[in-house]
Ligand binder design. Structure first.
Ligand code: ZN
Length: 425
């Protein structure tokens, strides 16, 4: 159950205003570094570095002292001293992202502090808290009364859990930034190793790497109070153990780790699975169901069981399991979605190559329905593909949807809730 996650939509995203990307007619307002090139596909990545400053109009801008304070869980505070030689500043705000190369931005308008003469922007998290240690890549946008605009260079900061700074440990590589608290160091070192070992597999499967290094924030069981406070989310919701949250908006995953599982299950299992969800969010369109969960688990290097054996047994049972009906990802049969779903991707890539994974998701990203995407890539109808997959698992009966006259499985009049009876243990 450690794979539980939620993907939060981009409803909070504020698209970067247009003038920032306009270069015609703009001129630098102060000494600036040579712009670093964007990635080949036009996406500016975390590794490309922060953007330099940019101005639009005729003003000469004077930019003074800038300060940043990001202290988890209280939020962010930015200050700047600035002026334009063309008139008073009428608008000042800060825009930031936690995940460069994505569309997600947050912003906060600033007010002028009459005592200090400085502009102050404050962000206080409500229900939209983000975890400690996420990246904060921010810049100021200023407008004077003549309509001249100035966009400061970007600066990289972090949202620090300063109050617990002595308890956190930290490692980073070209693949990942990992923080852990109240856990053995191997949770950090093995996460770095797992991400390195999986790098080229991710790259080929998606056609590129994430434009940012995912943040992996790991809490040990002794830190579960902090974990629960983070999103005001209890570890146990009824009988469901909610061990983590993954969110492309802040570019990472938070996990309560180590109570039930050793470091390698977290690093080579959970982390690689959750990072795959970030790839899905970056490269394609997602609906959270078995197709997505099976695909994420396909990237795990620490599987929870014998998925192929499970799939063979379940498909040989009398339960009506088929692509058409979909597979459960929660409740007692959650393994149907996670484990059987994984075998679909195993079968696809073993038979048609890892590039087939990329091709299927590229088509889905272009609005091709998922089954049609599989048909186009494999050259098989979806029913043929499903039968091929079943045969590969050792199941030679057709999927239930192909049975010409299915026998009613229960008398609907005698069952107030048409729940399928459990046929196996
Ligand atoms: Zn998942």
């Amino acid at each position: 159950m450690s794979m539980k996650h939620r993907l939060i939509g981009a409803a909070l995203a504020i698209v970067l205003s247009g003038f920032l990307v306009v270069s015609l007619g703009s001129r630098p307002a102060e000494a600036q570094a040579d712009p670093t090139p964007a990635a080949a596909n036009g996406v500016r990545t975390e590794q490309d570095g922060p953007l330099p400053s940019q101005a639009e109009g005729n003003a000469v801008w004077s930019i003074g002292d800038r300060t940043y304070a990001g202290v988890f869980p209280d939020g962010l505070r930015f200050e700047i001293a600035a002026s334009s030689d063309q008139g008073a500043i009428v608008s000042a705000r800060v825009i930031w992202t936690h995940a460069p190369g994505t569309q997600t931005r947050r912003s906060a308008g600033a007010r002028l502090d009459a005592d200090t003469g400085r502009w102050v922007a404050v962000w206080e998290p409500g229900t939209n808290q983000v975890p400690p240690w996420v990246l904060v890549r921010y810049h100021w946008e200023l407008v004077d009364e003549q309509g001249n605009r100035y966009s400061s260079e970007e600066i990289d900061e972090v949202y620090a859990d300063s109050g617990n700074a002595g308890r956190w440990k930290h490692l980073e590589s070209e693949d990942v930034v990992v923080y852990w608290i109240d856990l053995p160091d191997e949770f950090g070192t093995r996460t770095v190793q797992a991400m390195s070992e999986r790098r080229e597999f991710y790259r080929q499967a998606w056609g590129g790497l994430l434009p940012y290094r995912p943040r992996v924030i790991l809490y040990g069981w002794q830190a579960r109070d902090e974990y629960e406070k983070l999103f005001s989310q209890p570890v146990f919701v009824g009988s469901v153990y909610v061990a983590g949250t993954t969110d492309a908006d802040w570019g990472g995953t938070v996990q309560l780790a180590g109570m039930f599982s050793p470091a390698d299950e977290t690093a080579y299992g959970t982390v690689l699975h959750e990072v795959a969800h970030l790839y899905q969010h970056q490269f394609t369109r997602v609906t959270v169901d078995w197709f997505i969960e099976g695909d994420a688990e396909f990237f795990s290097l620490s599987r929870s069981g014998n998925y192929r054996g499970w799939a063979r047994d379940r498909l040989s049972s009398r339960e009506p399991l088929s692509f058409a009906a979909g597979f459960s990802t929660d409740g007692v049969n959650y393994r149907d979605g996670y484990w059987m779903g994984t075998t679909v991707w195993d079968y696809l890539t073993e038979t048609y190559g890892l590039d087939a994974h990329r091709q299927v998701w590229e088509l889905i990203a272009a609005n091709v329905p998922r089954f049609e995407a599989i048909e186009r890539v494999t050259g098989r109808s979806i029913l043929e593909f499903e039968q091929d997959w079943r045969a590969w698992l050792g199941v030679f009966t057709p999927p239930p949807t192909l049975v010409p006259s299915p026998t009613p499985r229960f008398d609907i009049l005698s069952w107030p809730t048409p729940t399928l009876p459990a046929l196996s243990g």
